[in-house]
Design a protein around this ligand. Sequence first.
Ligand SMILES: NC(=O)c1ccc[n+]([C@@H]2O[C@H](COP(=O)([O-])OP(=O)(O)OC[C@H]3O[C@@H](n4cnc5c(N)ncnc54)[C@H](O)[C@@H]3O)[C@@H](O)[C@H]2O)c1
Length: 338
Amino acid sequence: MKFISCQNVSEMLFQCEIEPCSFKFSVGYNDCLILEARITILKECGAVPETVSISACKSDRLRTSFDCVRREDMAKLASKTAIITGAGSGIGKAIAMTFSENGANVVVADVNLEAAEKTAYQINDNGRRGLAVGTDVTKKDQVLEMAEQCLRQFGTIEILVNNAGVMSPPTPMEDLPEEYWDRVVEINLKGTFLCSQVVGKEMIKAKKGCIVNMASMCGHGPYPECGAYSATKGAILSFTQQLAIEWAEYNIRVNSISPGTILTPLNENVYADREIYEGRSKLIPLHRPGYPQDIANAALFLASEDSSYITGTDILVDGGLLKIAQQMLPGRAGAKER
Ligand SMILES: NC(=O)c1ccc[n+]([C@@H]2O[C@H](COP(=O)([O-])OP(=O)(O)OC[C@H]3O[C@@H](n4cnc5c(N)ncnc54)[C@H](O)[C@@H]3O)[C@@H](O)[C@H]2O)c1
């Protein structure tokens, strides 16, 4: 909000160094002249137009208040605060950058503090507000500290993205070491539960909130030799629905995203093999692997008012990959002549 004093609209526009595009005037109550204007700021935002609203009150002397709705105020997450776990890398980092570009304050929570700090630094460098918090999502005391730091710094938590997740090295189930199973279940599933419970209590108090859980296409169809991974992602789909129905009465929406195969540090070693890259790209109906930004776009939709009537659902972002099973079946149903 920027206040200026001036005698008339032209002077006001001159002071603000903006050019008018179109105006709407209306006369308000008492002796106040309420002036509403929608203008496009050309000088402030260059090629990207922004609208601003102006109100002017006439009493003893003409006082004009200029309410400049900057681009971030008009963005989808303006003034909201989001906690994103695992935001030091890959998909979480893309979500953190996208949310901050859309006006959100972002808590970058990651067990790797150095990586979290890099993301937060990038956010702050772009003129937004990011806070790095070293958090292991499997440790309740650290999750509580994450929420407390967020509240201390930003005062609210409107959005939680449970993104932190890991895979174990490929192993057939009959040989899977118990510690592989435990680690994946602890981080992917228990971490999602702990963060949801701790942050959810704040959201319940505030009677509003939005949670986005990171599931996977593996939760819809298992991936061979990935140990507990598919099981945890299937459980996240179910947990999402559970929370959605329990917390709808508190105005908290809970949804999940199921990424397909996305190019991130989680699988860059696989995609480094050109043959695998090309083989996978050929198979995927949209003929490319996904990028972290593809997931961040879905997360932005689920975290914003654009999805205000959506809860308990999952968005599959896989380039069509899970739909190709029938295409690979030899022969064709109904091909036999009658
Ligand atoms: N990349 C894919 O193809 C793909 C596909 C489906 C689902 N996913 C899911 O997306 C999410 C992000 O994956 P990514 O590909 O960006 O992986 P990534 O390895 O690039 O990032 C994961 C991040 O989580 C952090 N992390 C790990 N353990 C943690 C813990 N205990 N507490 C807090 N943070 C922790 C890591 O430090 C890392 O920064 C995961 O839940 C993953 O299962 C990824």
